[in-house]
Design a binder for this molecule. Structure first.
Ligand code: PEP
Ligand code: MN
Length: 369
């Protein structure tokens, strides 16, 4: 059962609820606070076996001062679940707000290679007022003989350049718990020149020990990429692992699923799941058109397939995109075939902006009916 307080609830409201809970010794209350853009929402979650919770009437709490709603949680996504239709709070990190409305494009290198390329990418982003990027240092590769990423060695200069070009957040995959600490100490050494959003790669979507470690730290938000060979429900449960360990700052990223039925695309695009994730959870949704399409083909309308699928994600309500770029894709050490070039950046940004506007206008249409 989840008891949500009014943002203006009096300070004693929580204690009053806890006093009522204390009359039920088998029920454990857990308080969660979510800081939204305009309000901070407090929730008290009551944990107990279903047969005990069933015996507790909602009314016991619904009539207490400062209580906005009491929801009996039937879904398994206790923490990431939407539980009704409230505006979801999202979260803020390093001065940037992430929620279901705010649009962010994480455009950058699939894998950090040279200082020059990282600098060129970040400088181009700065030129367009973008403060979010993607930069892989630890790369999970299919073959052990492929480039594995520069690892911790590239962190100092990558963070330094991010500071120089005003980049506030770098989406960066961690494939092992020790990478979290390597990133943390390199960031500290850089004087916190930037921030990092820790990516869970599709191959690690069910690496439960890694998920727990990401949940046990609260410094870094997590960009979770859905597992390419598991159900959506299994991927959402993986996010619940992160949240249940204590870190609710999660973005859910769709990136396609593995099957040859998606040929010639690298993966079968799964962006029809955007509204499903939004309905079932409070997580802001991102789409990754690069790893789903995997190639730089253009349709007869001259738009890249990559843009078309960003459009599919955004018109369905996704508010973020993770996109591979490279100043010179032919020389990229990882995924060059799907990398857009820097000259495509204005087109991508304008395209994403216009589709998002179209989405907002169709939402108005639905609201009128
Ligand atoms: C990536 O974004 O760099 C990546 C490896 O993606 P995925 O885990 O979705 O394959
Ligand atoms: Mn890649």
């Amino acid at each position: 059962m989840i008891i949500t307080l009014d943002p203006e609830a009096p300070p004693e409201a929580v204690n009053t609820i806890l006093e009522v809970v204390a009359r039920h010794p088998k029920v454990t209350p857990r308080k969660h606070t979510y800081k939204g853009a305009t309000e901070t929402v407090t929730e008290i979650h009551l944990l107990a076996p279903p047969e005990i919770i069933q015996t507790i009437p909602e009314k016991l709490f619904a009539d207490l001062p400062g209580v906005r709603s009491v929801v009996r949680v039937s879904t398994r996504y206790r923490l990431i679940g939407r539980h009704g239709n409230h505006e979801t709070p999202g979260f803020e990190y390093n001065g940037v707000r992430f929620n279901e409305r705010q649009v962010h494009i994480f455009a950058g290198l699939c894998a950090v290679d040279t200082r020059e390329n990282v600098g060129k990418m970040m400088s181009a982003l700065q030129g367009h007022g973008i403060t979010t990027t993607r930069m892989g240092a630890y790369k999970p590769r299919t073959s052990p003989y492929d480039f594995q990423g520069l690892g911790r060695d590239c962190l100092p200069w990558t963070f330094e350049l991010a500071g120089k070009y005003g980049i506030k957040i770098i989406a960066m995959e961690a494939t092992h718990a020790r990478h979290i600490e390597e990133i943390r100490s390199a960031l500290e050494a850089s004087g916190n020149a930037t921030g990092v959003m820790l990516q869970v790669g599709t191959r690690n979507a069910q690496n439960f020990e890694l998920l727990k470690q990401l949940g046990q730290q609260q410094t870094f938000p997590v960009l979770f990429k859905r597992g390419m060979g598991i159900t959506l429900e299994e991927s959402l449960n993986a996010c619940e692992y992160i949240a249940s360990e204590g870190n609710p700052k999660i973005i859910f990223c769709l990136r396609g699923v593995k099957t040859h039925l998606g040929d010639p695309h690298r993966n079968l695009v799964d962006f029809a799941h955007v509204p499903v994730v939004r309905r079932q959870t409070r997580l802001p949704v991102c789409v990754d058109p690069s790893h789903s399409v995997g190639r730089l083909d253009r349709a007869p309308d001259q738009l890249f397939d990559i843009l078309h699928v960003i459009g599919q994600g955004f018109i369905s309500g996704a508010s973020m995109a993770l996109v591979d770029f490279h100043p010179e894709p032919r020389t990229a050490l990882c995924d060059g075939a799907q990398a857009l070039r820097l000259e495509h950046l204005p087109l991508l940004l304008e395209y994403a902006h216009r589709v998002r506007k179209a989405y907002e206008s169709v939402c108005e249409l639905a609201a009128e009916k």
